[in-house]
Design a protein around this ligand. Structure first.
Ligand code: ATP
Length: 351
């Protein structure tokens, strides 16, 4: 439904988007994720027709809407938007706001559209209210259905929940995704919040410096990151030096399978806190518990070298439930192989 092929956007000498390619299938929800300034909003604006590409092309439903030869004006692209500052028109009622983007013909033939959308967000009884009479969450839901009212081919959402209170955000996000999925709409949503992308997206495009680093399902990016940047973007990681020894990678916490690095290549091993194992004895590195923080469903454990011996000074483990080990206890620390990632130096997986 949406296709970007080598899209580049520049502001003077600044290359904000550099050769970006990905697609969004009909009915799919794709999150464009990445740190501040990596080019997410610029990508969305280029798809919407608000920025002119310097190179590459954008297609909507198989029709090229922007390339080196020209550009289809934004209203003719069949795309709906919901931007961060989703301002409703203050002088129009809720129903008038929702109907705003529909063509005269749609209003004449698609009667009942506004009412059914307002029912879907449980605001049918507020059709005649003005925006200032609604809560922030209610206004956001109205803005969402305003974007859906003209039955766009796809909707673009730019950080749609960031202006909302944290207590509202999770519930509204869930409801928004349900409304979008029920409507079968194709969605491209920008966020800088990895958790938001993991819980909402069918697929994620992770961006860095104007380029796509990895595209795939939430599970693929979280469990099979292509590089250290991707692994660390989705949460805290412990970093350990590793040595390639034939079929295995030796670390201070034990050996891991070698995914294909040559002997002598410098490698780095990244392990999430929940990928460290702790035991009172047995195999693993001898370390000492330096701190325990109970956090409800899990405990965070800070680990240091035993009795001042050299070793990994600052490892962090996350264990389910209450930690059985106390501060000062000697422990054996190992690695869950399924949750460790091996990358070449600072560059990525084996060539
Ligand atoms: P954030 O998460 O902070 O919104 P982003 O990933 O959406 O960031 P963009 O807003 O797309 O990033 O910006 C990408 C780069 O392009 C940034 O370096 C930004 O400063 C620059 N940029 C964006 N818009 C313009 C503009 N109109 N003129 C000049 N530079 C711009």
């Amino acid at each position: 439904m949406l296709e970007l092929d080598g899209l580049s956007v520049a502001f003077g000498a600044k290359q904000a988007v550099r050769g970006l390619s990905f697609g969004v299938a009909e009915g799919e929800l794709v999150c464009l994720l990445g740190p501040s300034g990596c080019g997410k909003t610029t990508t969305l604006r280029a798809i919407a027709g608000l920025e002119r590409p310097a190179g590459g092309r954008v297609a909507v439903a198989g029709r090229v809407v922007a390339d080196a030869d020209g550009s289809v004006p934004p209203p003719q692209r069949g795309i709906g938007f919901l931007f961060q500052d989703f301002a409703l028109f203050p002088h129009l009622t809720v129903a008038q706001n929702v109907a705003y983007g529909m063509t005269r013909r749609q209003r004449a033939t698609d009667t009942g559209r506004v009412d059914s959308l307002l029912e879907r967000i449980r605001l049918g009884h507020r059709a005649d209210a003005y925006p200032h009479m609604l809560s922030g969450g209610e206004q956001q839901r109205v803005a969402l259905v305003r974007a859906l009212a003209p039955r766009p081919r796809a909707v673009l959402l730019d950080e749609p929940f960031s202006s909302l209170d944290a207590s509202l955000r999770a519930g509204l996000r869930e409801e928004t995704v349900r409304i979008l999925k029920d409507a079968g709409v194709t969605v491209l949503m920008v966020t800088h919040d990895p958790e938001e992308a993991l819980v909402t997206a069918d697929r994620i495009v992770l961006m860095r410096d104007g380029k796509a680093v990895q595209t795939g399902t939430p599970d693929a990016l979280y469990s099979r990151p292509v590089d250290a940047f991707t692994a660390a973007f989705f949460g805290a990681v412990n970093r350990l030096p590793g040595t390639v020894e034939g079929g295995s990678i030796a670390t201070g916490l034990g050996a891991l399978p070698n995914p294909g690095f040559a002997d002598g290549e410098p490698v780095e091993v990244l392990v999430r806190p929940d990928g460290l194992t702790l035991a009172a004895d047995g195999p693993g590195a001898a370390m000492q518990v330096c701190g325990v923080h109970f956090a409800g469903a899990s405990s965070l454990v800070r680990l240091g070298a035993e009795h001042g011996a050299p070793g990994h000074e600052h490892l962090h483990a996350r264990l389910p439930g209450l930690c059985r080990h106390g501060v000062g206890d000697p422990v054996r620390v190992g690695i869950d192989r399924e949750r460790a990632f091996v990358f070449g130096g600072r560059s990525g997986p084996p060539a």
